[in-house]
Design a protein around this ligand. Structure first.
Ligand SMILES: C[S@@+](CC[C@H](N)C(=O)[O-])C[C@H]1O[C@@H](n2cnc3c(N)ncnc32)[C@H](O)[C@@H]1O
Length: 270
């Protein structure tokens, strides 16, 4: 039996197109009963084509598990998780315009039980709840404090799995760094050379605009994405395409030596 709910189109496709236009501009292209929300997206049919490349790492049947979609935008991933049998699905975004799109999409497609809330990733502690699957796609590089966001997710909302994506720049090679870095090249007073290695974990700071977008702040290389995930307490289980990682929560490294994420829950507990 299909899990697809009943779709609603009030007033036909022309009315739908007008509503889509009124809610624009759209970042996610979502098929609303044959009418696309962002047919001229600069990346093509985004995020559908990207999702197709890594969907195989997710369980086909989410069996009622809970999902938190951080930076949910128009709700593409929230809807797809519902289609795979997720139970509670909560989408959060810091931008009310995208949340309006997400609510419209869910309403049009008949997914009545997806909840959307205006909330920054920095405030996830206020949810007071852990989720079986956290989706954190396409947000990290928009943040001024990316490791803080990963720490907060790990400390307060990640229950088991996290699906993560970030823009990456620089080398895709990954240098195996030593357990402890010597201050000098052994036997000399010279600084170690590994920091100049393109495969060393590097987070490139974008002071100005990137692709005409001032909200892009950081672009890690592949080694840095992986190192930051590990440092925040996420083990990488799959890397189905260069920018996408399926992770599982693990103990935070060095946790036994003292407090790790030092950011307590704040805001309203629900
Ligand atoms: C590039 S879009 C990615 C959307 C979607 N996750 C995807 O992968 O297609 C970035 C989204 O993150 C949201 N965002 C940016 N900063 C945020 C923050 N601090 N907390 C929550 N969402 C944020 C933006 O409003 C936007 O919807």
């Amino acid at each position: 039996m299909s899990t697809e709910p009943i779709r609603r189109i009030d007033g036909g496709k022309e009315a739908l197109r007008a509503q889509i236009a009124a809610l624009g501009p759209w970042f996610q292209n979502i098929d609303l009963c044959g009418v696309p929300t962002a047919p001229d997206h600069f990346l093509g049919d985004y995020p559908s084509f990207k999702f197709a490349r890594f969907v195989h790492v997710l369980p086909n049947d989410l069996g009622g598990c809970s999902v938190l979609d951080i930076g949910c935008n128009a709700g593409f991933y929230a809807i797809e998780m519902k289609r795979r049998g997720a139970g509670r699905v909560l989408g959060i975004d810091s931008d009310e315009r995208y949340l309006a799109q997400a609510r419209f999409v869910a309403d049009t497609l008949g997914f009545d039980d997806i909840e959307y809330r205006k909330l920054s990733v920095y405030d996830v502690a206020s949810l007071g709840e852990r989720f079986d699957l956290v989706i954190f796609m396409g947000v990290l590089y928009h943040l001024r404090h990316p490791l803080l966001a990963l720490d907060l997710i790990r400390a307060h909302v990640a229950g088991e799995l996290m699906l993560f994506q970030t823009m990456q720049q620089g080398s895709n090679d990954v240098l195996l760094v030593p357990e402890d870095h010597p201050f000098h090249v052994p036997g000399t007073m010279n600084p170690p050379g590994y920091f100049d290695n393109p495969a060393y974990p590097k987070l490139h700071f974008i002071e100005r605009e990137f692709a005409h977008d001032w909200t892009n702040w950081w672009a890690p290389n592949a080694a840095c994405s992986q190192a930051m995930l590990r440092a925040a307490g996420f083990a990488i289980e799959a890397n189905p395409e260069p920018e996408v990682y399926l992770c599982r929560v693990t103990p935070v490294p060095y946790g036994e030596r003292g407090p790790t994420a030092v950011y307590p829950a704040r805001g309203r507990q629900t």
